[in-house]
Design a protein around this ligand. Sequence first.
Ligand code: SF4
Length: 380
Amino acid sequence: MSPQPHKQGKSAKKRCEKFCRPAFFCNFAKHIRNAKTQTYALMFATTLLNWFAHNGRDLPWRHTTDPYAIWLSEIILQQTRIQQGHDYWLRFMQRWPRVEDLAAATEDEVLRLWQGLGYYSRARNLHTAAQQIVELGHFPDTLEGIRQLKGVGDYTAAAIGSIAFGLPCAVVDGNVYRVLSRHYGIDIPINTTQGKKIFTLLAQSLLPTDQPAAFNQAMMDFGAIQCTPQSPRCVLCPLQESCDALHTGRIDQLPVKQKTLKVQTRRLAYLYLRHQGQTAIRRRPAGDIWQGLWEPVLLADTMATQLPLPEKTAAQLRSEAILLRQEVKHVLTHRILLADFYFLSTAQRPQLPAEYIWIPEEQLGQYALPRLIENLLAAL
Ligand code: SF4
């Protein structure tokens, strides 16, 4: 339940003067124009920037204003933690130092370098966006222009716009939701339209327009290092005096998330075929997970409308094969995959649909494979 500021009496009013909280719930738009609120916003920003100056992470893409390098880091970091993202970013920058180089690469090359990060549509979008930029002749330098790039949402556009071009737009990601919801004691679910709107307005109202890059990066780092999901470092926090969650004992209750859809389980069965040093793979079709990546022979899939193999062939191959791994678990957003992995070495090449190709086994590493398949292949 959201707090009811008007019913909270004197003590709440006192707290309001200190933290500006009830007014926030009464009339947000009015609240952010209020002079007192602006003073607190300035104090919040100054405290945060000061913290950032001493504790901010030293990352290579923070030493450049090259929008390509910054964009690349943002897309990679949507997928992984800083340490792993750092390595991938370096690999991409070494392989394709300019956006023109990335645009000229093949999709397979991009997927290959992306391998291990998962969510391969992001890699495909990255590649398409590089081509959009090259076609445009320059990296777009307005929020609207950046937002037009394939795979760039509001958060990424704000991050690139503020960091590369100094545009005064606040980023709102998981870290920002956490810091703001705790500091201001806001229990509106962050994954609702209302929640997103309010947190975006609040973040924007706090942003010092002359330092958008530093402020946004400070918010990201503060959430990642100081105000962490578990065990935030409140004792050493420069915002502790004004932190609502700390004073009301609600740190572990904020931010609030509305319950989402049930996670579905999808069962798969793969067969690694070996015939005279060759194996059969196919490219995953559009409109499903792992689009454009490669996989061994798919024997079963509880969510596929149609299997690539005729049922009879699949049953025949499965009966001859050896089961190497069973129910290997792989978690995707809203989905858990459980995969069985079979192996069959055969003197006669089985008849497979045309979408399968036979390749020398030692060349398998040249094809972009989903992480789950890589794990299964390790059993060979
Ligand atoms: S006092 Fe604790 S909960 Fe509040 S902002 Fe600081 S680290 Fe986060």
